[in-house]
Design a protein around this ligand. Structure first.
Ligand SMILES: C[S@@+](CC[C@H](N)C(=O)[O-])C[C@H]1O[C@@H](n2cnc3c(N)ncnc32)[C@H](O)[C@@H]1O
Length: 440
């Protein structure tokens, strides 16, 4: 591809991300699947450009608004303008090089308009950060979340927001059904990928950047899965034992289900539920590859599906990996935060409450309900647990520090009753975990 054609592909991919509802990585996967003629090198370049734009969207928009000629109407071509700004402010291109690539040739971006040329001139020589940018622009978060994020993070606000802007390393979970960490490190090295053990999860390995793991033999053999260390810890803290009956209530495509199966050494029974049938169907290839055969998949109509009533008090462990704002995963999904509106948060809070209430019915006496989110806001975390306990006096909190000692060993980073992981402190995605036990 010519450099101009890569830019055109980046503009089209950005437009399809903004037009759809899928996260950027899924949208990109679909985009390239429909354009198999784009080779690996070009693909990486295009992805590099679009993630540069997505990670700096608020600052790029701030610059575009400031530099756009006052008399000109606002352009509708947001993605094109953001890319032009990113080439100058992030990629270090000079104005001539940008203008030369927007030349209107075949498969290349249309010629720059007069206003766009004025923008080029205004941005040339500037840097992405500017002292006049307000915090929500500087740290790239929706302005309406300013107060709740400050309240949640207190004096860690700046360090956490900074950490959330960075690109996350890639974490791997070694599948204990097929390998151990030493063997996996060796197998990865043989395929030219350097990995080191993570510090908290006994299953975890960390690799820098984005190696094409899915194409490696060690991945195809089922010995490893891609999974953030925080997610691994959520599964570990469920403390599912071999032979138990376990529900993964919001199983999605089965990331944590796979980890639970490994923890249970494939013994016992796991029911992986979700309201999106397509997601649990997607889990089947992963389950097969991992050699997992104790999982039943079940699509629920809603969280109050009749299946729940029929299986009341039947399970030792119920994991609720609840749908949430996802604010703990902004490093990986920089586009997601801009899709979240205040009304969505209200809806999520009501859904989390309803899911927790319904999933609790499945827990048998002496069994545990584990509630987790990848959210940083207390309303989605401690707030939900507090409300749940007000109406469920048969449940009590088991301090996560105690669960950690039994399920993982040693002292974990849990403070008080719950676990709160964050990118700045633990280098994981942001996670919250609460473990509740039902009276015997
Ligand atoms: C955080 S994601 C789960 C990720 C998954 N556990 C993993 O580790 O890959 C939350 C999941 O909750 C599901 N969900 C949404 N509403 C639900 C409901 N009412 N009942 C059960 N699951 C629901 C979503 O479809 C989504 O897959």
């Amino acid at each position: 591809m010519t450099p101009g054609a890569r830019l055109q592909a980046a503009i089209e991919l950005l437009a399809s991300i903004h037009a759809g509802t899928a996260p950027a990585d899924r949208a990109a996967h679909e985009f390239f699947r429909a354009r198999r003629y784009i080779g690996g090198g070009d693909r990486r370049e295009v992805l590099g450009l679009i993630y540069a734009v997505l990670r700096a969207r608020a600052r790029l928009d701030w610059w575009i608004a400031r530099a756009w000629p006052a008399e000109a109407p606002r352009s509708e071509e947001t993605d094109r303008l953001r890319l032009v700004a990113a080439l100058l402010l992030i990629e270090g291109w000079n104005a001539d090089r940008v203008a030369g690539s927007f030349d209107g040739g075949q498969y290349r971006p249309a010629l720059l308009s007069r206003e766009e040329r004025a923008l080029l001139k205004a941005l040339a020589g500037q840097t992405l950060d500017h002292p006049e940018q307000p915090d929500w622009v500087r740290f790239e978060y929706p302005e309406w979340l300013d107060a709740p994020l400050r309240a949640a993070l207190g004096d860690r606000f700046e360090s956490e927001m900074r950490a959330l802007m960075e690109e996350a390393a890639t974490d791997i979970r070694v599948n204990a059904l097929k390998a151990d960490r030493t063997a996996a490190i060796r197998a990865l090295k043989a395929e030219k990928v350097e990995a080191r053990p993570t510090s908290l999860s006994p299953w975890g390995l960390r690799v820098e950047g984005r190696p094409p793991l899915a194409s490696l033999e060690v991945f195809k053999s089922g010995a490893i899965e891609v999974q953030d260390e925080g997610s691994q810890l959520v599964a570990l803290l469920t403390d599912a034992r071999p032979g138990q009956r376990v529900v993964d209530f919001c199983a999605g495509a089965g990331g944590k289900t796979l980890a639970l199966a490994a923890q249970m050494q494939n013994k016992g029974h796991i029911v992986a539920c979700d309201v999106l049938e397509g997601r649990i169907l997607r889990a089947s290839t992963r389950l097969r590859r991992a050699g997992v055969h104790n999982v039943e998949r079940r699509a629920l109509s809603t969280e109050r599906d009749p299946w729940v009533k029929r299986h009341a008090a039947a399970f030792d462990r119920v994991l609720v990996d609840a749908p949430c704002s996802g604010s703990g995963t902004w490093r990986r999904n920089p586009d997601q935060k801009w899709r979240l509106a205040p009304g969505d948060l209200e809806e999520l809070l009501a859904l989390q409450e309803s899911i927790l209430k319904s999933a609790a019915r499945l827990v048998k006496q002496g069994g545990r309900l584990v509630y987790a989110t990848c959210a940083l806001l207390p309303a989605e975390n401690e707030g939900q647990i507090r409300r749940f306990l007000e109406t469920h006096d048969k449940f009590h909190v088991v301090p996560v520090a105690d669960v950690w000692r039994t399920a993982i060993g040693g002292e974990g980073p849990a403070e008080g009753e719950f676990l709160r992981l964050s990118p700045a402190r633990q280098g994981t995605d942001g996670f919250f975990v609460a473990v509740l036990e039902r009276e015997k």
